[in-house]
Each structure stands twice: as C-alpha cells, then as structure tokens.
Design a protein around this ligand. Structure first.
Ligand code: ZN
Ligand code: ZN
Length: 154
C-alpha cells in the first residue's frame, strides 16, 4: 500500500530544496511542491510544484509540452500522473491509457473495469492504481481547471 507513495516521495526528495537561493537561509516545505524561505520569505518550487503551477496557469497540456516548458522529464510528469497526484480533466483530448485494455483514463494505471478484474487476481497493489474514465459528452466550458488531488493516509 505504502510503496507507491514512498516512490513518489522519493521523486520529490531528489529535488528537495535546502537553502534559499537568495539569502541562503533554510527553506521550509509548505506542501504541494512549494517551499518558502523562513528568513526572507522567497518562494521556490520543486518539480512537482512547477508542474502544478504550469497546469494552473496553462490548463491541461500534453506531457511533451509541459516537459519542454518546465524542464521536468517526461518520466517524472508521467509518474506524477500515474500516481494519481494530478488528474487529467474531463473533456481533454489527451489521456493516459489503461495498462491492461488501453482505454482512456484520467489518472492511475487501470480503468475501473480492469481494476475489478485485476483485483481478483491480486495484481493491483494499491487503490491509487485505479483510475477513472473520462466522462462522455463532457463540456469543457464547465470543467474549470486541472484538478489536483492529495490523498492522505492509506
Ligand atoms: Zn531567503
Ligand atoms: Zn482497462
């Protein structure tokens, strides 16, 4: 259960900011990939923070474009999406695909149908692997921005 979460934390830790670029005092992690200097108050973002900010500003964007604009590797962006930390909104043209049947999913690794089957075979280690299919006839006008989820505990 905890494996995936740890993996993700490891990704985040790799880029953990210790010192403020401006005054070299200690940075405090504020959550959501955001750091703030305890002395001068300067904010900094790690890769997860940059990804979030980019999506907040630009809305849903294909991974390749995000990678180019932010310098975050496709692998990492994919990992964040796969771990269910960032969802692809309904009405988007770009989705992840179920690793079993290849249908569109907004996050995770398997569509709900496959998840049910895989669960019976005990292939799924975490509920976080289970994604959600995009809704049909969804009106993007109504959908707002990229939606972020922060799952706690498990
Ligand atoms: Zn500072
Ligand atoms: Zn499937």
């Amino acid at each position: 259960m905890m494996g995936l979460e740890r993996e993700l934390e490891k990704l985040v830790q790799q880029r953990k900011m210790e010192k403020c670029e401006f005054c070299h005092n200690k940075m405090k992690y504020e959550g959501g990939g955001r750091y703030r200097c305890s002395f001068c108050g300067m904010e900094a973002l790690d890769d997860f923070g940059k990804l979030r900010q980019f999506l907040e500003e630009h809305g849903p964007t294909p991974e390749g474009v995000i990678a180019q604009a932010t310098g975050i590797s496709m692998d990492k962006i994919d990992a964040y999406l796969r771990k269910g930390r960032v969802e692809i909104p309904n009405g988007e043209k770009f989705y992840l695909s179920c690793e079993r049947c290849g249908c569109d999913i907004r996050y995770g690794r398997y569509c709900p149908e496959c998840a049910t089957k895989e669960l019976k075979n005990n292939f799924i280690s975490s509920y976080q692997d289970v994604g959600e299919k995009p809704r049909q006839n969804y009106n993007p006008e109504m959908s707002g921005r990229m939606h972020f989820i922060n799952r706690r505990g498990n």
